[in-house]
Design a protein around this ligand. Structure first.
Ligand code: ADP
Ligand code: MG
Length: 318
């Protein structure tokens, strides 16, 4: 890999956002911050053999997935994406062509959501490590902080739960398998559309499901100093997963992350608005309520009319 030639290959020929003043090609990128907006910044790293394996992921899938994880963080803040920067540590055995495949995967998402690649860094290493930083914008009164939950809020999730983890397990038993679930693991779609559809909702707490429903709900409860109660029977689960043995299914649904779906809360009045705004375009399911504001935050799961405490790990006990 020759760094100069490689950078020439991945350098965009034009920028989608006119706010990019200087992109790739100088010591640093220059952008003009969007007027009236706050800048939102997220970063994510994936390491070969820890976060991905070449046994069932192509380089373009890996590029796609790292950028998707970053975009999911922006969506969970209520932000719209603008730019991204890519740092890679690469073994010397990689060819330029292989490395550009990473960018092919990223560019699929960048094209869809109008992001610009504005820079990065390239170093050599013994295994592949990719770090992406994304930059987005949000209006000051539309940030979706996890501390924004209030008593009586409806708790909701987008999409279905546990599909990526199920897909991952299917891949472990057959690297070549390709179906809806394996694709949910390889190419998760960040819920940027949710941000755009729900602009009219004023207050919303929001997290993305990177670490699993139990963990994300506990984070909202802690940050908002609130008690949350959710109901097993209300959780959205794909019909092809309902025959999975119950303890395994609970693991997928409650403790497996990387679905990159969103979980959040809003007032009952704004829930009606949210439902209407997303109607027919994006599945959003109510799964419970914020029952109290308290200095001892807790998340409860009711299952077969029994109320249990739902720990961060997804383990529930009476
Ligand atoms: P410098 O030595 O000044 O840091 P580099 O040679 O590292 O410059 O990078 C030249 C340009 O290419 C910079 O604009 C940098 O942001 C960009 N760049 C370097 N590596 C990457 C990469 N892996 N992905 C995207 N842009 C990169
Ligand atoms: Mg550099």
């Amino acid at each position: 890999m020759k760094e100069f030639e490689f950078i020439e290959k991945i350098k965009p020929s034009y920028y989608r956002n006119s706010s990019v003043i200087k992109g790739i090609g100088d010591d640093a990128a220059v952008v003009s911050p969007p007027n009236g907006y706050e800048l939102v910044i997220a970063s994510d790293t994936m390491v070969e053999d820890i976060h991905f394996s070449f046994e069932y992921m192509q380089l373009s899938d890996i590029g796609f997935r790292v950028l998707a994880a970053n975009l999911s963080d922006l969506a969970a803040m209520g932000a719209r994406p603008l730019y991204y920067a890519v740092n890679i540590a690469v073994p010397s055995t990689y060819s330029d062509e292989q490395l550009t495949d990473l960018y092919v995967g990223m560019n699929e998402l960048a094209q869809k959501y109008k992001l610009d690649l504005i820079g990065g860094d390239t170093v050599s290493a013994n295994e592949l490590v990719i770090t992406i930083s994304v930059f987005g914008k949000v209006l000051p009164n539309r940030k979706r902080l996890r501390s924004y939950a209030q008593t009586n809020d409806i708790v909701f999730v987008t999409g279905n739960l546990g599909e990526a983890a199920y897909g991952y397990d299917l891949l472990q038993s057959n690297f070549l398998l390709e179906n809806y679930f394996t694709n949910r693991h390889k190419r998760p779609i960040p819920r940027i559309d949710f941000v755009e559809l729900t602009d009219s909702v004023i207050r919303m707490s929001l997290n993305d499901l990177s670490d699993g429903l139990a963990s994300e709900l506990n984070e909202i409860a802690e940050a908002s100093q609130a008690t949350i109660v959710i109901h097993w029977d209300d959780l959205p689960i794909h019909s092809k997963m309902t025959n999975i043995e119950i303890e395994q299914l609970k693991k997928y649904v409650l403790s497996s992350g990387e679905d990159f779906e969103l979980v959040g809360t809003c007032s009952p009045t704004e829930w009606d608005l949210l439902k209407e705004a997303t109607n027919n375009q994006l599945p959003v399911t109510p799964i419970g309520k914020v029952t109290a504001e308290t200095s001892t935050p807790e998340v409860y799961l009711t299952i077969n009319e029994t109320k249990t405490i739902l720990c961060k790990s997804g383990y529930s006990h009476g």
